[in-house]
Ligand binder design. Structure first.
Ligand code: NAD
Ligand code: WQD
Length: 335
């Protein structure tokens, strides 16, 4: 059974990916410093998969921790989720973001090279496209200047990976550019755990439905879109998790010193108001919301061209927007 280190594996996307790895016959090993997650997630994960998942609480910037994991386990690959991800916070504390997000990747690459671990899947983001000039965005769509230090860390990490692979380190790498992950494991045992007031749309929707927030504000309904609200490509987190499994399986068949980026989205755009309507319909809930001013820095519309990941990795999404919003609500109710 191939052992895969998941950095940030107690977090939202990492925990769902751990489930899909077990389902596909891999053995995940989780490293997380719990800076944005809870150790209870590990128990929940183990309930879902019905077996123990080795867990190391530690910082991915710490080579000694990685070395210990490398001694304890013969790793064949790594999925690197560990990062800070709050866009607004990154403008207040840019150095924390550069140190954690870029530093951890550099340390991880040194560790992989030292130990001869070949395969890496890196969490990138559609944020690297900014507001693209053409839609849908393909992987060849030019990246724009980042709007935030967070966004810049993803661009810089992608550049580091390109430079590193060019140096022929005997490593194979895929960067996955996620669009907007939403939803939760259908069991309702794991999901997104935002700390404090959520910035993202769907956690704000579910917390409003649960009465934790009084009202959802739609940030603008005067954009040039079908109903005036912004458009995003919302992807179920289990589909996103599956993309990591497909990426790892594909990498293991490539020659080394391979690097490619793939968009991971559904290929469909939905407006914010469509999300609200769909949430209300599938869950039979009336949501308290109002239209407010535009949020500074928001991209107006973006969705993915998914032909590359469809054709090369054989990955297709299985869950609908309805499924995602039902699973998000189911998770919120269980919290
Ligand atoms: P998350 O915060 O839920 O998970 C990240 C995990 O990494 C957390 O459990 C946190 O405790 C841990 N972590 C952070 N720094 C660490 C370090 N130095 N060492 C060990 N653990 C550390 O976030 P997520 O939504 O699961 O995102 C995972 C990855 O995907 C991140 O790299 C993020 O930037 C990227 N991404 C997320 C989204 C999104 O909308 N959620 C979109 C695009 C890209
Ligand atoms: C979606 C839409 C809001 C909250 C962020 C990061 C990006 C990437 C994905 C990591 C927007 C609207 C939201 C609310 C609203 N993450 N909205 N009311 O902006 O696409 O991107 O997550 O890489 O880097 O910036 O996601 O969920 O914040 O917003 O109307 O209370 O919902 O204006 O149009 P976004 P989001």
């Amino acid at each position: 059974m191939k052992k895969i280190l998941i950095t940030g594996g107690a977090g939202y996307i990492g925990s769902h990916t751990a489930v899909e790895l077990v389902n596909a016959g891999f053995e995940p090993i989780v490293l997380d410093d719990l800076s944005n997650s809870d150790s209870k997630v590990l128990n929940r994960l183990e309930e879902i998969v019905g077996k123990k998942i080795p867990f190391y609480q530690g910082d991915c910037n710490d080579l000694a921790v990685l070395d210990q994991i490398g001694k304890d386990h013969q790793l064949s690959g790594v999925i690197h989720f560990a990062a800070f991800k709050a866009v607004g916070e990154s403008t207040q504390f840019p150095l924390d973001y550069y140190r954690n997000n870029i530093g951890s990747l550099v340390v991880l690459l040194e560790f992989m090279q030292k130990r001869g671990i070949k395969d890496l899947v890196f969490s990138s983001s559609c944020t690297v496209y900014g507001q693209p000039d053409q839609l849908p965005v393909t992987e060849d769509t030019p990246r724009k200047d980042a709007e935030s230090p967070y966004g810049n860390t993803k661009k810089v990490c992608e550049d580091i990976l390109v430079d590193f692979v060019k140096s022929k380190p005997d490593i194979r790498v895929i960067s996955l550019r996620y669009f907007n992950p939403i939803g939760a494991h259908p069991s309702g045992k794991i999901g997104e755990l935002p700390i404090g007031t959520p910035n993202n749309l769907v956690p704000f929707v579910t917390q409003t439905a649960a009465g934790i927030r009084e009202k959802l504000t739609v940030f603008g309904n005067d954009y040039d879109t079908s109903d005036g609200s912004c458009v995003r490509d919302f992807i179920h987190v289990m589909d996103l998790a599956d993309a990591h499994v497909k990426a790892l399986s594909f990498l293991s068949k490539q020659n080394t010193d391979y690097y490619e980026v793939f968009n991971v989205g559904t290929g469909n755009g939905n407006t914010v108001l469509e999300v609200i309507e769909t949430f209300q319909k599938v869950n039979g809930i009336k949501l308290n919301y109002q239209i407010g001013p535009r949020r500074p820095g928001d991209v107006v519309k973006i969705w993915a061209d998914t032909q590359k990941i469809n054709q090369v990795l054989g990955w297709y999404p299985k869950f609908s927007l309805e499924d995602s919003l039902r699973d998000s609500w189911n998770w919120q109710k269980n919290l």
